[in-house]
Design a protein around this ligand. Structure first.
Ligand SMILES: Cc1cc2nc3c(=O)[nH]c(=O)nc-3n(C[C@H](O)[C@H](O)[C@H](O)COP(=O)(O)OP(=O)(O)OC[C@H]3O[C@@H](n4cnc5c(N)ncnc54)[C@H](O)[C@@H]3O)c2cc1C
Length: 512
């Protein structure tokens, strides 16, 4: 890289060559086609160009702008004898911003839960996500296109699809993230890491598009599918060659799962399925659907393949269509009886117990996103100058930050404690002891997230309403944090469920 003295840069600027200095790096903007003095960028104003434009730049742009490929055509150099203060973080870096990371990742803090292996795993996942997945996430969130097969193949090479189903025998014989963690040591804290890290891209639609349909629909297949079905479907999905969705909700029944109207009527060795399903995540591109159907005496869960009579149509929502949200219709679909996942008419309890892992995964994602928003706000409050002082010098802004920090730390501690319980309980114990607690935790985390979205919007001002630039992460979060409060059970329903579960366990002799 070329070296310049500062006076050389200023001289060039007088010659109308337009050089600027951002954090000790020199950029020759005269090579930047279509820009002219006093033109499209504030940075090209005579009062800024040719001088140290660091503050002006960071007042306008996110740091990542400097490493965009389209700016590689600028001539870049360095000011002789000067060091950069703001280094672009290398993938996998732990943020030093206070409260930007959970305490177990912050310097000098302790944890009863996370071990050395979790740290190694975390580093590998954050690096992989930032290098391989983030660019794809940003592209797809904007274009609305589904995740590419190329990135899915990379996820499956690292066994990320398999790991996101949780610990279990489906991990046996797999080389998890190049062998960093052994299948038998993989626990819910490893899975927590996957879920929180993928929430850090600030791309909520893509996050669901990153095969969240499989996370909620494959577990019943793993647990209940007959051997032949298991051996055919599970390897295809875990290798990323086929896609699967959970299809429970209908226009007629969401919270009230018992009210489903999609019917499955037995005809010899087949079920004949008729009905519609609404808002099915990844449904636009799924090959399989785990479907709740009404049968003679209750609910039955079937694995339905995309065959004749199965149709999907994209539903437009407020987040990116990268999520593949679909309206699904079943029109006289013939489903082999061998595709019955759950013993006839026992479907309701399976659907309900499947919700625990789904809700916990949503909780982890919501927590990861909430923490990232705290980091965005801490940085912005320190760098934005208002009335001649940083935003953080305003007591009202500090008060908002205090509330955001308190919320995310409270959520963090509760999530870690529930995750630890999950590590020590069987599936049945989780259903019995944790369903109500997970429900209460989910409504708490999502409510906190929505309050933080409001506060963050005020901290960022107009930028929080802009889909590109400084406030784009807050904009995405503000627009989409409500999703977590609805998907997998609404806040009101979960509050009610949590207390009903607790009341069921009230000892008969309990009196004041
Ligand atoms: C983007 C998106 C993706 C989704 N992905 C999937 C998917 O992949 N698979 C799938 O099966 N479903 C999916 N869903 C559906 C989602 O799980 C439901 O939207 C959710 O369960 C709520 O159901 P509902 O929308 O029908 O609301 P309703 O059940 O109609 O409830 C409406 C409101 O009434 C309240 N309410 C309802 N009953 C009560 C009560 N008894 N007491 C008090 N308040 C009550 C609720 O809290 C809610 O606020 C998705 C939804 C969206 C928007």
């Amino acid at each position: 890289m070329k070296e310049f003295t500062f006076s050389e840069v200023q001289h060039h600027n007088k010659e109308n060559d337009l050089w600027i200095v951002i954090d000790s790096k020199v950029y020759d903007l005269s090579k930047f086609a279509n820009l002219h003095p006093g033109g499209v960028s504030v940075l090209l104003a005579k009062s800024v160009a040719g001088q140290d434009a660091t503050n002006a730049f960071y007042g306008l742009h996110r740091q990542e702008v400097l490493s965009r490929p389209q700016y590689a055509r600028l001539v870049m150099g360095r000011i002789q004898g000067e060091e950069e203060t703001f280094k672009i973080p290398i993938p996998g870096t732990i943020s030093k911003v206070p409260y930007a990371e959970a305490t177990w990742l912050a310097d000098g803090f302790h944890t009863p839960y996370f071990k050395e292996n979790h740290r190694k795993f975390h580093k590998a996942i954050r690096t992989f996500f930032e290098e391989v997945v983030r660019p794809e996430a940003l592209r797809c969130e904007e274009s609305g296109k589904r995740i590419s097969q190329e990135v899915v193949d990379k996820l499956s090479e690292m066994e990320i699809i398999a790991m996101r189903m949780g610990p279990g025998k489906h991990l046996q014989g797999r080389k998890l993230i190049g062998g960093i963690v052994q299948p038998e040591e993989f626990d819910y804290f490893h899975e927590y890491i996957l879920n929180t890290e993928m929430a850090r891209f600030g791309t909520r639609g893509f996050m669901d598009g990153m095969l969240n349909g499989a996370i909620i629909s494959l577990p019943p297949v793993l647990k209940y599918a007959p051997v032949e079905l298991y051996e055919r479907v599970v390897p295809e999905v875990l290798s990323g060659k086929k896609y699967i969705s959970l299809a429970i909700t209908e226009a007629f029944a969401g919270s009230d799962v018992n009210g489903l109207q999609t019917t499955a009527i037995r005809e010899g060795n087949y079920w004949i399925v008729n009905g519609t399903k609404k808002w099915i995540t990844n449904g636009t591109f799924s090959d399989y659907f785990t479907v709740g159907c009404k049968t003679e005496k209750g609910l039955t869960v079937l694995l339905i393949e995309r065959t004749d009579g199965v149709n999907t149509k994209a539903i437009k929502t407020a987040y990116s269509s990268a999520a593949g949200t679909a309206y699904v219709t079943f029109d006289n679909v013939r489903v082999p009886v061998a595709n019955t996942l759950v013993q006839m008419d026992k479907g309701l309890s399976v659907i309900l117990s499947n919700f625990n892992h789904e809700r916990w995964a949503i909780i982890c994602g919501a927590l990861g996103a909430q923490r990232m928003i705290v980091e965005e706000c801490m940085k912005w409050a320190a760098q934005r100058i208002v009335f001649g002082k940083p935003l953080s010098s305003q007591a009202v802004i500090r008060s908002k930050l205090a509330k955001m920090i308190s919320r995310v730390e409270a959520c963090q501690n509760w999530v870690e404690s529930i995750t630890d319980q999950m590590n020590h309980m069987s599936h049945e114990q989780v259903s019995d002891k944790l369903a109500g607690r997970i429900a209460l935790l989910k409504q708490f985390v999502t409510k906190c997230g929505r309050e933080t979205a409001e506060d963050a919007t005020q901290v960022f001002g107009g930028r929080a309403l802009t889909t590109t630039g400084m406030g784009k992460v807050v904009e995405n979060y503000h627009r989409t944090s409500g999703y977590d409060s609805i998907l997998g059970g609404t806040e009101d329903i979960l509050r009610d469920l949590g207390v009903r579960q607790a009341m069921k366990k009230m000892p008969k002799e309990a009196r004041l």
